[in-house]
Design a binder for this molecule. Structure first.
Ligand code: UD1
Length: 357
């Protein structure tokens, strides 16, 4: 029998916790050959290496070392370097994750070479074309052969775009697989020096951090919140650069560099509220039952609002402070965990892939 060869492509921080459970699940189903390609989109130790070790991921077989650049430069570099790898390694299936530039670049190369593509976290839509990730999601899903969705809205979006039902597999949320596995380790993390009650903040979307006025206003709101509830803010490299470039001051907040996966999970689990513009964090807080206020006008993850603890507050300061007051007063929105967010999504992906053998 032919041994199925699955090639995984990861590149940026939010890919790692999605790929790890799939690598593990397939590893338990021998004989399967697996190759792991890191594009090098994220390259700092604390944006990449630390996630590999905490998530028990094997070292990449190939690192394309593309680094940072404009969208066109970064995507083009991945495309040209990844093509060589696919030609050389000849996988049966390429698995791409999420919605980053590495995802769409690898999908485009694979499609042109006639290699089967599986997209993990398919079908999510914000319907906001100003988001680079929305372009990546739509193009990747158009090219993919196997679309693994985390929730029913994903299936509906794909059906609406004309994707045939036989390509769509609702498997649940692989990011939650990693969370479920590492939550016990997170609970053992020491609290070292962080305040007892705090708001945890993350911020990195271009729409929030690349415009000086918008970023200044957000920091102003955070400094106000910090008067009553300590604000803990692990700062993404893009955001740190912008704060410096615009000459803004956030020193009164509890700032740190990006945290490792397990430590950040502990910080989320213990937070009074999480204020974020991330996609994945909307999902993690929903699973943990921690209130989440999202500093965006839309979300590609609507179940976190309909079923979970997420509230979309946009960029309006009034909405942020009124929602925050409810939470501080103990009147936070209660949520439930969406179906199939149970720690076994990657096993369901492995089941589908094994039918290709
Ligand atoms: C990328 C993803 C975004 C994801 C985010 C998570 C795209 C289009 N965006 O955004 O969807 O939510 O990752 O973090 O793929 N930098 C470093 N060290 C690194 C990586 C980046 O200092 O290891 C700095 C560089 O100056 C770079 C900037 O951060 O120019 C932005 O990095 P980039 O990969 O372009 O996008 P992110 O904002 O990280």
């Amino acid at each position: 029998m032919h041994t199925l060869h699955v090639l995984h492509v990861v590149g940026a921080r939010p890919n790692f916790m999605k790929a790890a459970p799939v690598l593990h699940a397939l590893g338990r189903r021998s004989p399967i050959k697996q190759t792991l390609v890191h594009t090098g989109q994220h390259y700092d130790v604390n944006m990449s290496d630390v996630f590999f070790s905490q998530l028990d991921m094997p070292s990449p077989d190939v690192n394309l070392g593309v680094g940072s650049g404009s969208h066109a430069q970064q995507t083009a570099e991945i495309i040209s370097r990844f093509e060589r790898v696919v030609l050389e390694r000849k996988p049966d299936v390429v698995l791409v994750y999420g919605d980053v530039n590495s995802t769409v670049a690898a999908a485009l190369v694979s499609a042109k070479l006639g290699i089967l593509i599986g997209h993990v976290e398919a079908g999510l839509r914000s319907f906001d074309w100003t988001m680079p990730e929305e372009i990546n999601r739509v193009v990747t899903d158009r090219l993919a052969d196997l679309l693994f969705t985390p929730s029913e809205d994903g299936d509906l979006n794909l059906a609406h775009e004309g994707v045939p039902g036989r390509k769509i597999f609702r498997v649940g949320n692989v990011m939650i697989d990693s969370l479920v596995r590492l939550l016990p380790a997170a609970m053992r993390c020491p609290r070292n020096g962080f305040p007892e009650r705090y708001a945890l903040v993350t911020l990195h979307r271009p729409s929030n951090v690349d415009d000086s006025k918008t970023l200044r206003n957000i920091l102003k709101s955070l400094l106000e919140i910090n008067e009553d509830l300590s604000v803990v803010f692990p700062v993404h490299p893009r955001t740190r650069q912008r704060i410096e470039e615009f000459g803004l001051n956030a020193e009164k907040l509890h700032l740190s560099g990006p945290l490792p996966y397990v430590e950040f999970l502990a910080m989320q689990q213990r937070a009074a509220v999480v204020i974020t513009d991330s996609g994945g964090i909307q999902e993690e807080t929903t699973y943990l039952g921690v209130p989440c206020l999202t500093l965006r006008d839309n979300t590609e993850r609507p179940v976190t609002v309909t079923l979970g603890t997420n509230v979309i507050v946009g960029q309006e300061r009034g909405k942020l402070s009124s929602e925050l007051s409810k939470i501080v007063a103990g009147k936070a929105k209660k949520g439930t965990i969406p179906p199939l967010w149970d720690g076994h999504a990657a096993e369901r992906i492995a089941d589908v892939l094994l039918t290709l053998q």
